[in-house]
Design a protein around this ligand. Sequence first.
Ligand SMILES: NC(=O)c1ccc[n+]([C@@H]2O[C@H](COP(=O)([O-])OP(=O)(O)OC[C@H]3O[C@@H](n4cnc5c(N)ncnc54)[C@H](O)[C@@H]3O)[C@@H](O)[C@H]2O)c1
Ligand SMILES: O[C@H]1[C@H](O)[C@@H](O)[C@H](O)[C@@H](O)[C@H]1O
Length: 342
Amino acid sequence: MTDDLRIGVIGVGIMGADHAERLARRTARARLVAVADPDEVRAKELATRWDGVRSGADALELIAADDVDAVVIASPGFVHEEQVLACLAAGKPVLCEKPLTMDSESSLRLVRAEREVGRRLVQVGFMRRFDPEYAQVRSVLAGGSLGRTLLLHNVHRNASVPSTDFRSEMIVRDSLVHEVDVARFLFGEEVVAIQVMSPAPTSHAAEGVVDPQVAIFTMAGGGLVTNEVFVNSQVRYEVRCEAVAERGSLVIGRPSTGLYSTSVAVGGGRWGGSVPADYRTRFATAYDIEVQAWVDSALGGEAVGASTWDGYAATAVSTAGMASLASGERVDVHLVSPDTLS
Ligand SMILES: NC(=O)c1ccc[n+]([C@@H]2O[C@H](COP(=O)([O-])OP(=O)(O)OC[C@H]3O[C@@H](n4cnc5c(N)ncnc54)[C@H](O)[C@@H]3O)[C@@H](O)[C@H]2O)c1
Ligand SMILES: O[C@H]1[C@H](O)[C@@H](O)[C@H](O)[C@@H](O)[C@H]1O
Protein backbone atom coordinates (compact mmCIF):
# COMPACT_ATOMS: atom_id res chain seq x y z
CA MET A 1 0.00 0.00 0.00
CA THR A 2 1.33 3.48 -0.83
CA ASP A 3 1.04 6.35 1.66
CA ASP A 4 -2.31 7.35 0.27
CA LEU A 5 -5.22 4.92 0.16
CA ARG A 6 -5.96 4.14 -3.50
CA ILE A 7 -9.71 3.94 -3.83
CA GLY A 8 -12.20 2.72 -6.39
CA VAL A 9 -15.84 3.82 -6.40
CA ILE A 10 -18.54 1.46 -7.65
CA GLY A 11 -21.81 2.97 -8.88
CA VAL A 12 -21.54 6.60 -9.83
CA GLY A 13 -25.11 7.82 -9.69
CA ILE A 14 -26.04 10.56 -7.21
CA MET A 15 -24.27 9.19 -4.15
CA GLY A 16 -21.28 7.61 -5.89
CA ALA A 17 -20.52 10.83 -7.76
CA ASP A 18 -20.79 12.76 -4.49
CA HIS A 19 -18.39 10.38 -2.73
CA ALA A 20 -15.99 10.40 -5.71
CA GLU A 21 -15.83 14.19 -5.57
CA ARG A 22 -15.23 14.06 -1.81
CA LEU A 23 -12.45 11.48 -2.20
CA ALA A 24 -10.81 13.30 -5.09
CA ARG A 25 -10.87 16.77 -3.57
CA ARG A 26 -11.24 16.89 0.16
CA THR A 27 -10.35 13.65 1.89
CA ALA A 28 -6.87 13.52 3.37
CA ARG A 29 -4.64 10.58 2.45
CA ALA A 30 -7.15 9.36 -0.16
CA ARG A 31 -6.48 8.94 -3.87
CA LEU A 32 -9.35 8.19 -6.21
CA VAL A 33 -7.98 5.87 -8.90
CA ALA A 34 -10.98 4.22 -10.56
CA VAL A 35 -14.74 4.32 -10.95
CA ALA A 36 -17.01 1.57 -12.29
CA ASP A 37 -20.60 1.67 -13.43
CA PRO A 38 -22.50 -0.39 -16.01
CA ASP A 39 -23.48 2.99 -17.43
CA GLU A 40 -20.07 3.44 -19.04
CA VAL A 41 -20.81 6.86 -20.41
CA ARG A 42 -21.68 8.13 -16.94
CA ALA A 43 -18.56 6.54 -15.47
CA LYS A 44 -16.30 7.97 -18.15
CA GLU A 45 -17.80 11.42 -17.90
CA LEU A 46 -17.18 11.43 -14.15
CA ALA A 47 -13.63 10.06 -14.37
CA THR A 48 -12.56 12.78 -16.80
CA ARG A 49 -13.13 15.39 -14.08
CA TRP A 50 -9.83 14.39 -12.48
CA ASP A 51 -6.38 13.40 -13.74
CA GLY A 52 -5.35 9.80 -13.35
CA VAL A 53 -8.81 8.33 -12.68
CA ARG A 54 -9.89 5.52 -15.00
CA SER A 55 -13.40 4.25 -15.64
CA GLY A 56 -14.91 0.89 -16.48
CA ALA A 57 -18.15 -1.01 -16.50
CA ASP A 58 -17.20 -3.96 -14.33
CA ALA A 59 -17.39 -3.65 -10.55
CA LEU A 60 -15.71 -6.98 -9.87
CA GLU A 61 -12.78 -6.03 -12.11
CA LEU A 62 -12.35 -2.81 -10.14
CA ILE A 63 -12.38 -4.71 -6.84
CA ALA A 64 -9.72 -7.16 -8.08
CA ALA A 65 -7.41 -4.48 -9.50
CA ASP A 66 -3.92 -4.39 -7.96
CA ASP A 67 -3.87 -0.62 -7.75
CA VAL A 68 -7.14 -0.45 -5.76
CA ASP A 69 -6.53 -0.74 -2.01
CA ALA A 70 -10.09 -0.04 -0.85
CA VAL A 71 -13.56 0.32 -2.30
CA VAL A 72 -16.62 2.53 -1.91
CA ILE A 73 -19.84 0.84 -3.01
CA ALA A 74 -22.62 3.19 -4.07
CA SER A 75 -24.52 0.90 -6.40
CA PRO A 76 -28.17 0.00 -5.70
CA GLY A 77 -28.74 -2.14 -2.60
CA PHE A 78 -29.73 -5.26 -4.53
CA VAL A 79 -26.17 -5.67 -5.89
CA HIS A 80 -24.34 -4.90 -2.64
CA GLU A 81 -24.06 -8.53 -1.50
CA GLU A 82 -22.02 -9.72 -4.47
CA GLN A 83 -19.78 -6.65 -4.38
CA VAL A 84 -19.14 -6.73 -0.63
CA LEU A 85 -18.37 -10.47 -0.85
CA ALA A 86 -15.81 -9.74 -3.58
CA CYS A 87 -14.18 -7.09 -1.37
CA LEU A 88 -14.05 -9.54 1.54
CA ALA A 89 -12.53 -12.23 -0.68
CA ALA A 90 -9.90 -9.74 -1.84
CA GLY A 91 -9.24 -8.61 1.76
CA LYS A 92 -10.01 -4.98 0.85
CA PRO A 93 -11.67 -2.47 3.18
CA VAL A 94 -15.04 -1.36 1.88
CA LEU A 95 -17.41 1.48 2.67
CA CYS A 96 -20.77 0.15 1.51
CA GLU A 97 -23.66 2.55 1.22
CA LYS A 98 -26.78 1.72 3.18
CA PRO A 99 -28.76 -0.47 3.12
CA LEU A 100 -26.17 -3.24 3.51
CA THR A 101 -28.45 -5.48 1.42
CA MET A 102 -32.17 -5.66 0.77
CA ASP A 103 -33.10 -8.52 3.11
CA SER A 104 -31.90 -9.93 6.39
CA GLU A 105 -30.73 -13.31 5.02
CA SER A 106 -28.29 -11.75 2.58
CA SER A 107 -27.06 -9.28 5.21
CA LEU A 108 -26.46 -12.16 7.59
CA ARG A 109 -24.40 -13.91 4.92
CA LEU A 110 -22.15 -10.84 4.88
CA VAL A 111 -21.83 -10.84 8.67
CA ARG A 112 -20.73 -14.46 8.51
CA ALA A 113 -18.37 -13.91 5.56
CA GLU A 114 -16.63 -11.08 7.39
CA ARG A 115 -16.28 -13.21 10.54
CA GLU A 116 -14.58 -15.84 8.39
CA VAL A 117 -12.05 -13.26 7.25
CA GLY A 118 -11.37 -12.66 10.92
CA ARG A 119 -11.29 -8.86 10.98
CA ARG A 120 -13.59 -5.97 10.28
CA LEU A 121 -13.33 -4.83 6.67
CA VAL A 122 -16.81 -3.40 6.14
CA GLN A 123 -18.21 -0.04 7.18
CA VAL A 124 -21.87 0.53 6.32
CA GLY A 125 -22.75 4.05 5.16
CA PHE A 126 -25.06 5.05 8.00
CA MET A 127 -23.65 8.56 7.91
CA ARG A 128 -25.93 10.05 10.55
CA ARG A 129 -23.68 8.44 13.15
CA PHE A 130 -21.03 10.93 12.02
CA ASP A 131 -23.33 13.96 11.90
CA PRO A 132 -22.20 16.32 14.68
CA GLU A 133 -25.80 16.84 15.90
CA TYR A 134 -26.66 13.13 16.11
CA ALA A 135 -23.26 12.42 17.66
CA GLN A 136 -23.96 15.05 20.32
CA VAL A 137 -27.37 13.58 21.13
CA ARG A 138 -25.81 10.15 21.45
CA SER A 139 -23.08 11.44 23.70
CA VAL A 140 -25.53 13.28 26.00
CA LEU A 141 -27.88 10.29 26.23
CA ALA A 142 -25.04 7.85 26.82
CA GLY A 143 -23.60 10.18 29.48
CA GLY A 144 -26.72 9.51 31.55
CA SER A 145 -27.36 13.06 32.80
CA LEU A 146 -30.91 12.97 31.42
CA GLY A 147 -31.67 9.56 32.85
CA ARG A 148 -33.06 6.71 30.78
CA THR A 149 -34.05 7.37 27.17
CA LEU A 150 -37.79 6.80 26.79
CA LEU A 151 -38.84 7.94 23.33
CA LEU A 152 -37.55 9.14 19.98
CA HIS A 153 -39.59 11.06 17.43
CA ASN A 154 -38.16 11.12 13.92
CA VAL A 155 -39.24 13.01 10.82
CA HIS A 156 -37.65 12.17 7.46
CA ARG A 157 -38.89 13.95 4.36
CA ASN A 158 -37.56 14.02 0.82
CA ALA A 159 -38.94 16.50 -1.71
CA SER A 160 -39.42 13.70 -4.22
CA VAL A 161 -38.00 10.35 -5.36
CA PRO A 162 -37.82 8.64 -8.76
CA SER A 163 -41.36 7.35 -9.31
CA THR A 164 -40.25 4.36 -11.38
CA ASP A 165 -38.57 2.22 -8.74
CA PHE A 166 -39.39 3.93 -5.45
CA ARG A 167 -42.40 1.89 -4.38
CA SER A 168 -43.81 1.59 -0.83
CA GLU A 169 -41.30 -1.14 0.05
CA MET A 170 -38.38 1.11 -0.92
CA ILE A 171 -39.58 3.70 1.57
CA VAL A 172 -39.12 1.05 4.27
CA ARG A 173 -35.90 -0.49 3.01
CA ASP A 174 -34.07 2.55 1.65
CA SER A 175 -35.38 5.55 3.64
CA LEU A 176 -36.79 4.33 6.99
CA VAL A 177 -33.65 2.23 7.41
CA HIS A 178 -31.84 5.43 8.45
CA GLU A 179 -34.27 5.84 11.37
CA VAL A 180 -33.72 2.21 12.31
CA ASP A 181 -30.01 2.85 12.58
CA VAL A 182 -30.57 6.11 14.46
CA ALA A 183 -32.81 4.31 16.96
CA ARG A 184 -30.23 1.57 17.55
CA PHE A 185 -27.43 4.15 17.73
CA LEU A 186 -29.16 6.47 20.19
CA PHE A 187 -30.77 3.84 22.41
CA GLY A 188 -27.81 1.45 22.23
CA GLU A 189 -30.33 -1.39 21.94
CA GLU A 190 -31.91 -3.53 19.26
CA VAL A 191 -35.32 -2.85 17.73
CA VAL A 192 -37.52 -5.82 18.66
CA ALA A 193 -40.73 -5.00 16.78
CA ILE A 194 -42.02 -2.67 14.09
CA GLN A 195 -45.44 -1.53 12.99
CA VAL A 196 -45.83 0.37 9.74
CA MET A 197 -49.03 2.35 9.25
CA SER A 198 -50.37 3.63 5.97
CA PRO A 199 -52.11 7.00 6.16
CA ALA A 200 -54.02 8.33 3.15
CA PRO A 201 -51.30 8.89 0.53
CA THR A 202 -50.32 12.22 -0.94
CA SER A 203 -51.53 12.86 -4.46
CA HIS A 204 -47.86 13.38 -5.36
CA ALA A 205 -47.04 9.70 -4.78
CA ALA A 206 -47.07 7.33 -7.73
CA GLU A 207 -50.21 5.23 -8.12
CA GLY A 208 -50.41 2.61 -5.35
CA VAL A 209 -47.47 3.96 -3.33
CA VAL A 210 -48.04 4.43 0.41
CA ASP A 211 -46.46 7.80 1.13
CA PRO A 212 -46.21 9.13 3.82
CA GLN A 213 -45.73 6.19 6.15
CA VAL A 214 -45.72 6.19 9.94
CA ALA A 215 -43.70 3.50 11.67
CA ILE A 216 -43.37 2.66 15.33
CA PHE A 217 -40.37 0.74 16.65
CA THR A 218 -40.34 -1.03 19.99
CA MET A 219 -36.87 -1.13 21.52
CA ALA A 220 -35.48 -4.04 23.52
CA GLY A 221 -35.81 -2.07 26.77
CA GLY A 222 -39.42 -1.08 26.03
CA GLY A 223 -38.77 2.42 24.65
CA LEU A 224 -40.76 3.55 21.62
CA VAL A 225 -39.71 5.34 18.44
CA THR A 226 -42.20 7.15 16.23
CA ASN A 227 -41.18 7.82 12.64
CA GLU A 228 -42.74 9.74 9.79
CA VAL A 229 -41.17 9.04 6.43
CA PHE A 230 -42.53 11.10 3.55
CA VAL A 231 -40.59 10.91 0.30
CA ASN A 232 -42.74 13.10 -1.94
CA SER A 233 -43.21 16.02 0.44
CA GLN A 234 -42.48 18.62 -2.27
CA VAL A 235 -40.62 20.78 0.24
CA ARG A 236 -36.93 20.00 0.12
CA TYR A 237 -35.15 17.91 2.77
CA GLU A 238 -36.24 17.68 6.38
CA VAL A 239 -34.67 15.35 8.91
CA ARG A 240 -35.51 15.97 12.55
CA CYS A 241 -35.14 13.99 15.70
CA GLU A 242 -36.31 14.52 19.25
CA ALA A 243 -35.10 12.26 22.02
CA VAL A 244 -37.16 12.21 25.22
CA ALA A 245 -35.47 11.07 28.39
CA GLU A 246 -36.50 11.00 32.04
CA ARG A 247 -35.14 14.47 32.77
CA GLY A 248 -35.50 16.35 29.51
CA SER A 249 -35.51 16.19 25.74
CA LEU A 250 -33.03 16.92 22.97
CA VAL A 251 -34.06 18.21 19.57
CA ILE A 252 -32.02 18.37 16.38
CA GLY A 253 -32.80 19.51 12.86
CA ARG A 254 -35.33 22.14 13.97
CA PRO A 255 -35.38 25.92 14.08
CA SER A 256 -34.82 27.46 17.47
CA THR A 257 -37.50 30.16 17.46
CA GLY A 258 -40.38 31.65 15.51
CA LEU A 259 -42.64 30.31 12.81
CA TYR A 260 -41.16 27.38 10.99
CA SER A 261 -42.58 26.96 7.53
CA THR A 262 -41.18 24.74 4.83
CA SER A 263 -43.51 26.27 2.25
CA VAL A 264 -41.99 28.79 -0.12
CA ALA A 265 -45.39 30.56 -0.12
CA VAL A 266 -45.39 31.02 3.64
CA GLY A 267 -42.20 32.51 5.05
CA GLY A 268 -40.29 31.80 1.86
CA GLY A 269 -39.35 28.31 3.03
CA ARG A 270 -36.83 29.84 5.42
CA TRP A 271 -36.37 30.27 9.13
CA GLY A 272 -33.19 32.23 9.23
CA GLY A 273 -31.44 29.69 7.10
CA SER A 274 -32.70 27.65 4.22
CA VAL A 275 -34.21 24.20 4.23
CA PRO A 276 -31.57 21.99 2.58
CA ALA A 277 -32.40 20.73 -0.89
CA ASP A 278 -31.39 17.16 -0.20
CA TYR A 279 -29.17 14.86 1.85
CA ARG A 280 -26.03 15.99 0.05
CA THR A 281 -26.36 19.42 1.65
CA ARG A 282 -27.97 18.46 4.97
CA PHE A 283 -25.43 15.73 5.65
CA ALA A 284 -22.40 17.11 3.79
CA THR A 285 -20.37 17.35 6.99
CA ALA A 286 -21.49 13.92 8.12
CA TYR A 287 -20.40 12.34 4.82
CA ASP A 288 -17.05 14.16 4.98
CA ILE A 289 -16.38 12.93 8.51
CA GLU A 290 -17.64 9.44 7.69
CA VAL A 291 -15.42 9.04 4.63
CA GLN A 292 -12.37 10.51 6.36
CA ALA A 293 -12.87 8.14 9.29
CA TRP A 294 -13.16 5.22 6.87
CA VAL A 295 -9.95 6.20 5.04
CA ASP A 296 -8.08 6.65 8.32
CA SER A 297 -9.24 3.29 9.63
CA ALA A 298 -8.45 1.53 6.34
CA LEU A 299 -4.94 2.92 6.46
CA GLY A 300 -4.17 1.68 9.88
CA GLY A 301 -6.61 1.49 12.71
CA GLU A 302 -9.66 -0.43 13.77
CA ALA A 303 -12.69 -0.14 11.52
CA VAL A 304 -15.20 2.45 12.68
CA GLY A 305 -18.84 3.31 12.07
CA ALA A 306 -21.66 0.89 11.43
CA SER A 307 -20.55 -2.74 11.15
CA THR A 308 -21.96 -5.63 9.16
CA TRP A 309 -23.88 -6.54 12.32
CA ASP A 310 -25.39 -3.04 12.38
CA GLY A 311 -26.22 -3.38 8.68
CA TYR A 312 -27.81 -6.78 9.31
CA ALA A 313 -29.78 -5.62 12.36
CA ALA A 314 -31.15 -2.67 10.36
CA THR A 315 -32.05 -4.86 7.39
CA ALA A 316 -33.78 -7.34 9.71
CA VAL A 317 -36.01 -4.49 10.92
CA SER A 318 -36.74 -3.52 7.31
CA THR A 319 -37.65 -7.13 6.52
CA ALA A 320 -40.10 -7.16 9.42
CA GLY A 321 -41.24 -3.68 8.31
CA MET A 322 -42.15 -5.00 4.87
CA ALA A 323 -44.37 -7.64 6.46
CA SER A 324 -45.96 -4.98 8.63
CA LEU A 325 -46.48 -2.69 5.65
CA ALA A 326 -48.46 -5.49 4.03
CA SER A 327 -50.54 -6.44 7.09
CA GLY A 328 -50.67 -3.22 9.11
CA GLU A 329 -49.88 -5.35 12.17
CA ARG A 330 -46.96 -5.11 14.59
CA VAL A 331 -44.28 -7.60 13.50
CA ASP A 332 -41.46 -8.96 15.65
CA VAL A 333 -37.90 -8.57 14.40
CA HIS A 334 -35.89 -11.79 14.14
CA LEU A 335 -32.16 -11.55 14.76
CA VAL A 336 -29.82 -14.50 15.19
CA SER A 337 -27.97 -14.53 18.48
CA PRO A 338 -24.51 -12.96 18.06
CA ASP A 339 -23.14 -16.01 19.96
CA THR A 340 -24.04 -18.27 17.05
CA LEU A 341 -21.69 -16.36 14.77
CA SER A 342 -18.32 -17.21 16.23
N1 LIG B 1 -26.27 7.63 2.89
C1 LIG B 1 -27.14 8.34 2.22
O1 LIG B 1 -27.67 9.33 2.69
C2 LIG B 1 -27.48 7.95 0.83
C3 LIG B 1 -28.02 8.89 -0.07
C4 LIG B 1 -28.36 8.46 -1.35
C5 LIG B 1 -28.18 7.14 -1.72
N2 LIG B 1 -27.66 6.27 -0.82
C6 LIG B 1 -27.43 4.87 -1.19
O2 LIG B 1 -26.43 4.84 -2.21
C7 LIG B 1 -26.71 3.81 -3.13
C8 LIG B 1 -26.87 4.43 -4.52
O3 LIG B 1 -27.95 5.34 -4.49
P1 LIG B 1 -28.06 6.54 -5.55
O4 LIG B 1 -29.15 7.42 -5.05
O5 LIG B 1 -26.74 7.11 -5.85
O6 LIG B 1 -28.60 5.72 -6.82
P2 LIG B 1 -28.48 6.14 -8.34
O7 LIG B 1 -29.57 5.38 -9.03
O8 LIG B 1 -28.39 7.60 -8.50
O9 LIG B 1 -27.08 5.52 -8.78
C9 LIG B 1 -26.81 4.15 -8.78
C10 LIG B 1 -25.71 3.89 -9.80
O10 LIG B 1 -25.32 2.53 -9.70
C11 LIG B 1 -25.18 2.01 -11.00
N3 LIG B 1 -25.30 0.56 -10.97
C12 LIG B 1 -26.39 -0.21 -11.19
N4 LIG B 1 -26.06 -1.52 -11.10
C13 LIG B 1 -24.74 -1.55 -10.80
C14 LIG B 1 -23.81 -2.59 -10.60
N5 LIG B 1 -24.17 -3.87 -10.66
N6 LIG B 1 -22.53 -2.26 -10.32
C15 LIG B 1 -22.14 -0.98 -10.24
N7 LIG B 1 -22.97 0.05 -10.44
C16 LIG B 1 -24.25 -0.24 -10.71
C17 LIG B 1 -26.23 2.71 -11.83
O11 LIG B 1 -25.91 2.67 -13.22
C18 LIG B 1 -26.16 4.13 -11.25
O12 LIG B 1 -25.20 4.91 -11.92
C19 LIG B 1 -27.97 3.11 -2.60
O13 LIG B 1 -27.57 2.04 -1.78
C20 LIG B 1 -28.64 4.19 -1.76
O14 LIG B 1 -29.47 3.69 -0.77
C21 LIG B 1 -27.30 6.65 0.42
O1 LIG C 1 -31.17 6.66 -0.50
C1 LIG C 1 -31.67 7.88 0.04
C2 LIG C 1 -30.78 8.37 1.15
O2 LIG C 1 -30.51 7.36 2.02
C3 LIG C 1 -31.30 9.60 1.84
O3 LIG C 1 -30.50 9.93 2.95
C4 LIG C 1 -32.75 9.44 2.26
O4 LIG C 1 -33.21 10.66 2.76
C5 LIG C 1 -33.61 8.97 1.12
O5 LIG C 1 -34.93 8.81 1.59
C6 LIG C 1 -33.09 7.68 0.51
O6 LIG C 1 -33.88 7.30 -0.57
